[in-house]
Write a protein that binds this ligand. Structure first.
Ligand code: KG4
Ligand code: ZN
Length: 330
């Protein structure tokens, strides 16, 4: 049995968790800074770093108290080292190093995007590999062909804005708060997807491009003053969901797989989930989404990913540094 202590601080959520063998969350506490950053319309890195610093030891105490685990039983400390914001990442990394050193356990460096992927495996034991992974977060949009837990190939990615980023930017145009994804989803519930927005294609068949769609919405709003923002939000959400699922289904056919994992903050989106349900009913594709509360950033997914490294004996040294632009395959 391995108890992995997870630390996440790559963006605007400070999170601490203890997970047993990558599948049982013994305790998890997350402090979201969304309210603070909403005032500025996006994450302010310096403010995020300060909040991480203020919250991280308090969250640790809460997790240790709730799980009633003696620190002597912790097997390793896993921490996000990228991608993310440099300052916020360094807070988590320094803290994790100090814990690993004082507890005399190995330190594990986790790629945040692999954390998102492992959030699905935390609860879902029915995934057949190989499969296709649709990774959709605030800064990343990628399609992966996943052969095993440690072997995957990037077959497509966004050439400009990430899917979550396009939600955030269009939300701002509609005078909605940050983060834009949940806000667009909320407003779209009262709208009808009556407008046909373009679905920009990229040169390579599995790549994505969202900046043209964002610009289209911008000019649409400039030229159509009396539209209901609920309808614009619903039309935009429908378009993004259709692009994401359309490209994913293409990959499913070509790679001859039946399972798809959807991971990252945008995996919380209900229009995306509905499109996936339709593809399941029509074509029998098995879509696997994380539990709603594990779609956005949390330390349980980092501890779950850490367990994979732990089993493989892949540990980091105390010289570990933040890698803000870390790619999925690294
Ligand atoms: O994975 P995540 O928490 O952070 C990153 O690793 O980037 O994703 C955050 C992104 C934001 O862009 C946010 O607007 C988007 O995920 N998001 C959503 C929803 N919830 C969060 N997008 C669409 N629908 C949602 N319900
Ligand atoms: Zn994330």
């Amino acid at each position: 049995m391995a108890l992995i202590f997870g630390v996440e601080s790559s963006c605007d959520e400070t999170s601490i968790a203890i997970v047993e063998n990558g599948e049982r969350v013994l305790a998890e506490k997350t402090a979201s800074q969304v309210e603070t950053h909403a005032l500025y319309g996006g994450v302010v890195p310096e403010i995020a770093s300060r909040h991480h610093l203020e919250n991280i030891s308090q969250l640790t105490k809460m997790v240790m108290d709730e799980s009633k685990i003696d620190s002597k039983l912790i097997s390793a400390v896993a921490v996000t080292y990228g991608p993310g914001l440099a300052g916020p990442l360094l807070v988590g990394i320094s803290y994790a190093k100090a814990l690993a050193y004082s507890w005399k356990v190995p330190l594990i460096a986790v790629n945040h995007m692999l954390g998102h992927l492992n959030a699905v495996f935390l609860f879902d034991k029915s995934i057949s590999l190989p499969c296709i992974v649709l990774m959709v977060s605030g800064a990343h949009t990628e399609l992966l062909y996943m052969k095993s837990m440690s072997s995957y190939e990037i077959i497509g990615k966004s050439l400009d804005d990430a899917a979550g980023e396009s939600f955030d930017k269009v939300a701002r145009m509609l005078n909605l708060r940050y983060p834009g994804g949940p806000e667009i989803e909320r407003v779209a519930k009262d709208g009808i997807p009556r407008y046909k927005f373009p679905k920009p294609k990229a040169k390579e068949k599995y790549d994505f491009s969202f900046s043209g769609l964002k610009t289209h919405v911008k000019y649409f709003l400039r030229d159509n003053k009396n539209v209901k923002i609920e309808d614009v939000a619903a039309s935009f959400q429908e378009t993004v969901a259709s692009i994401l699922i359309g490209r994913t289904l293409k990959a499913v056919k070509e790679y001859k797989v039946l399972d798809v994992i959807v991971a990252g903050g945008v995996a919380a989106n209900s229009a995306l989930r509905e499109k996936a349900d339709m593809a399941h009913e029509k074509e029998g594709i098995e879509f696997h989404f994380p539990e709603l509360s594990y779609c956005t950033d949390n330390a349980a997914m980092i501890a779950a990913a850490g367990w994979q490294y732990y089993k493989a004996g892949v540990f980091a040294g105390l010289s570990l540094n933040a890698v803000p632009n870390l790619e999925v395959g690294q």
